[in-house]
Write a protein that binds this ligand. Sequence first.
Ligand code: GMT
Length: 374
Amino acid sequence: MNIGITCYPTYGGSGIVATELGLELANRGHEVHFITYSNPIRLDPGIPRIHYHEVEVSNYPLFQYPPYCLALASRMVDVADAYGLDLLHVHYAIPHSIAAMLAQQMLAPKRRLPFITTLHGTDITLVGADPSYFAITKFSIEKSDGVTSISEDLRRHTVEVFGVSNEILVINNFINCDLYHPDELKAGAAAFAPHGEKLLIHVSNFRPVKRVLDCIRILAEVRKHTPARLLMVGDGPDRGPAEQLVRQLNLTPHVSFLGKQNHVERLIPLAHVLLMPSEMESFGLVALEAMACGVATVTTDVGGVPELITHGVNGFMEPVGDVAAQASRAVELLTDEALHRRITAAGRARAMEHFSTERIIPQYEQYYEEVLSK
Ligand code: GMT
C-alpha cells in the first residue's frame, strides 16, 4: 500500500507511535509518506520506502495565526496525487483529521481517498474537550472513514464525552522488543551514578499532566532509605520548576536533566525503576518502553494504564499525587532484588506477548484493507 501518515513530529507519544508505525510498515514492504511540518524525531534519513514531505506554512504578516491546517490539506492533496496514496492515516485528531477531510473532498472529483484517525489521548481528554474545539473534534471523528484508539479506556471516554456513533477500533500501542531490550550489566549507568547508586528515570514532555515535580519529591523520599539518583529525560513547561525544586531540596548532585533525547532505548535500560506519576495517561507509552527494557514501573492508576500494568505483577500503580506510596514502591524495588527480578521479567513478558510489533502492526494492516474495501 501507499500510505500517507500525518502526526506531530515532536517529542510526544503520538508522534513517536506514528513514526514507529511508519517504520514498521515500510519494513513490511509498504511505501510510507510522512506529511508533517518537520522531519519526525526518531526518523533517520535514507530508510528504504520512507518518504518525507514537508508542509510549509506561509507566514504572511496579515496572519496572526498562520493557517497550518490549510497548508497541510494542500500538501496532502499534492502528495496523494503525485504518489498515488491509497489512504491517509492521521495521528491526533486536531487539526489533522480536518485537514485529511478537506484533502479528501478536494480529490473527490477524481477518486476516493479514505482517511483513518488514531486518537491518542490529550486530543480527546484535554484539547478536544475544550469548548473551542469540542464540536470540530466530534465532527472530525464522525467524518473519518476509520477511527482507532490506543486503549479501551480512551475509546470509552470518546464515546461518553463526544457521543459519537461510529465504530472505534482499539489498536493498542506497540513496542519493538528487539530494539527495546534489557541491559543486565547496566555498565553505562556508571556515567550517571559513579558510586553504584541505583537509577530512577522519568521520560516525558514535562507538561503539567505528567506531574514531574512528583518525581523530584519521590527521589527525596527514596534517598532517606537507599542511595539513588534520578535521570530526567525530556523538556517542556515544567522543567524550570522541577530544576528549582531540585535546588530547594538540595538534590542537585543526585538529579541529571538530560533534555530531549532521540534514543531513549539506550537510556531506559540503564535504570532500575521508571517513574510515571501522571495525572492522566490514555496509554503510557514510556511504561511499555520500560517494561520491554526490563525496568520496573511505578505509576498511577489512571486512564489506560491498568490495561498495560497489572499491579504487583508487572509494575505498581498508586493514587495520583500519593508521593509517599510511590516512593515506598520504588524503595521496595531498589532494595529487594528478587522482587525487582520478578516484576521486570513479568513486564518484559507482557510487552512481548501483548504489545510487540509482530502482534500489533498486522492489526493496522488489516484495518487499512477493511477501510479501503468499504
Ligand atoms: O502525553 C502527552 O502529553 C503526549 C501525548 C501525545 O499525544 O503525543 O501522549 C498521548 O499519546 C501517547 C501515545 O499514544 C500515550 O502513550 C499517552 O498516554 C497519551 N498521553 C495522555 O493521555 C496524557
